[in-house]
Write a protein that binds this ligand. Structure first.
Ligand code: ZN
Ligand code: FE
Length: 256
């Protein structure tokens, strides 16, 4: 099959919008809709027409562009079943274990509660792409606003089982500050040191640090590494549960 075309673009202060395009059906989906004008500009540049929006969670910086785009394109809006009451514009709701078709491609839906109660992630096993929203960030993770620390940990654990080479697109460019924080947890992690250097260079050139990969995160992201003995030791909690260690790291980041 012809490749799934993916375009990522910065918008608002630190959000990313993403468009995916299937040449065989000429369908184009936006992953979240942070900003109507930014999505329109990206569509214009690519010469695509919007057919779908895939929503990860109800926060305004992921949904405020939906209504305008729907009026303009009459596109089909898919989003988390558990947040249907909070996102008025959904045409179709999905949740854990569902599959969703986009031309020849199939997305598998994961419930990833924590940041919000009903947050979902979209995994396309072929070509191996994850749209993680505000659950997993490069070298970080979303703030735990609505769910429990335990829920957020199991959401990250779920994503950590995807193939290492999976490309990960996230909702925000927070990588530089995440790298600074991560180095306070694992200063001697050589993978992390390498990533921190790359991130600095990319940001200095105004380039995005995303997408990342599951493998790169497993090697360097302290949040998704909360089950590792070396990370538990680093935060002085060698005998604590994975979720407890995750919660400690998240709390430290919240006041970093
Ligand atoms: Zn959010
Ligand atoms: Fe967000």
């Amino acid at each position: 099959m012809a490749g799934l075309d993916i375009r990522m673009f910065p918008c608002l202060s630190d959000n990313y919008g993403v468009l995916i395009h299937d040449p065989s059906t000429n369908h184009t989906a936006a992953i979240d809709a942070p900003d109507e004008d930014a999505v329109l500009a990206a569509l214009d540049e690519a010469g695509w027409t919007l057919s779908h929006i895939l929503v990860t969670h109800h926060h305004a910086d992921h949904t405020q562009g939906i209504a305008g785009l729907k009026r303009r394109f009459n596109c089909h809006v898919v989003g988390p079943r558990a947040e249907a009451d909070k996102i008025a514009t959904l045409d179709e709701t999905v949740g854990e274990g569902d599959t969703w078709r986009f031309g020849p491609y199939e997305a598998r839906i994961y419930d990833t509660p924590g940041h919000t109660k009903g947050h979902i992630a979209y995994w396309f096993p072929n070509p191996g792409v994850l749209f993680a929203g505000d659950t997993l960030f490069a070298l970080g993770c979303g703030r735990v606003f609505e769910g429990t620390m335990e829920e957020m940990w199991s959401s990250l654990e779920k994503l950590s089982r995807l193939p290492r080479e999976t490309l990960v697109y996230c909702g925000h460019e927070y990588t530089a500050s995440n790298a600074k924080f991560a180095l306070t947890i694992e200063p001697d992690n050589t993978h992390l040191q390498g990533r921190a250097g790359e991130v600095k260079e990319k940001r200095a050139e105004g380039l995005p640090t995303l997408p990342t990969t599951i493998g790169a995160e497993l090697d360097a992201n302290p949040f998704i590494r909360a089950n590792r003995p070396e990370v538990k030791a680093a935060v002085g909690m060698p005998n604590s549960s994975d979720a407890e260690v995750f919660a400690e790291i998240r709390r430290r980041k919240d006041s970093f």
